[in-house]
Design a protein. Sequence first.
Length: 135
Amino acid sequence: MASRLNPYISFPGTARDAMEFYKGVFGGTLNMSTFGEFGAPAPEDQIMHGMLETGSGFTIMGADIPPGMERTPGTDMAVSLSGDDADELRGYWTALSGSGTVDVPLEKQMWGDTFGACTDRFGVSWMVNITEPAS
């Protein structure tokens, strides 16, 4: 799988409605996972991860903001880098986070992938997800 760059939008409990709306606008295939499916401490029916992939090549990802995290307008969107080329994605992570701030260290997560979040020196939020090979 080639590396992918796309927006990742955080919602205040409205991710399901928003992602279904975008599917209605752009078409495509929408997959969503709830916090409850992963045993995460959040309202079980809220969206932990949603991804819309369209026939035009668009990808939009989104999720509900977990309880306890603040929603600050202007910081509710990040750029997501994802794929299975670990060396390439780790290189991007090192460059983006090196002169910025690490918000979530790049490490293995409960869903099985390696993930990290950072803010670069220009104030742009980035999320890097390295897909682990299926076992």
